[in-house]
Design a protein around this ligand. Structure first.
Ligand code: AMP
Length: 193
């Protein structure tokens, strides 16, 4: 397989960011995190950042239109020629459909959806812990945490039903040490590339 076009999927606090850094090094493809992109814009107080702040502070998704335009621009750059690792996108069925369209237009296909699953209680305790370590505004408030979990279930999880029939979803148990989880992820790529 020449291209490695990968989506890292899972609830907030599943460890997507941590695993993405390791997987990026393994696959030698750019790590594209929509959460990081929004945080960059929020920090620099750009117009996009001001829009993103409004939603992310409440634990809600930034509107699809805004998010899709940002990802479309990012995927038009040269560095994604041999692949990409999307982290935190898509997070809604319209985003998943838009991604298919963007890839179609450039003659690419999505090869892997790595779905990291973690039970709700574990998510809650991880996000609360992260709030005190990283000081992320959207991790600090229990109501915001609950909102992010609900948003995941209502809007993001249905993406899996979109991808399952394509046969590209690989379910990964997200419980364990960082290295244990990464070993499970590595196996997908050892057996499929
Ligand atoms: P993350 O770091 O991936 O948890 O993202 C932090 C916040 O950024 C989310 O709670 C959303 O408000 C926003 N965000 C990140 N990715 C997306 C996306 N694909 N669609 C909409 N909003 C997003």
């Amino acid at each position: 397989m020449s291209e490695k076009n990968v989506v890292l999927f899972g609830p907030p606090g599943a460890g997507k960011g941590t695993q993405a850094t390791k997987l990026r090094d393994l696959l030698s493809v750019p790590h594209i995190s929509t959460g990081d992109m929004f945080r960059y814009h929020i920090k620099n107080d750009t117009e996009l950042g001001r829009t993103a702040r409004e939603y992310s502070n409440k634990g809600q998704l930034v509107p699809d239109e805004v998010t899709i335009a940002m990802v479309r621009e990012r995927l038009s750059r040269d560095d994604v020629k041999s692949g990409f690792l999307l982290d935190g996108f898509p997070r809604s069925v319209p985003q998943a459909e838009a991604l298919q369209k963007i890839l179609n237009e450039t003659g690419k296909i999505l090869n892997f959806v790595v779905n990291i699953s973690v039970p709700d209680e574990e998510i809650r305790s991880r996000l609360t812990k992260r709030a005190s370590i990283e000081g992320r505004a959207d991790d600090a408030d229990p109501a915001v945490i609950q909102n992010r979990i609900d948003t995941y279930k209502n809007q993001s999880e249905p993406c899996l039903s979109f991808y399952k029939p394509l046969g590209i979803v690989h379910d990964i148990n997200g419980i364990g040490t960082i290295d244990e989880v990464f070993e499970r992820i590595k196996k997908i790529f050892q057996t499929n590339i």
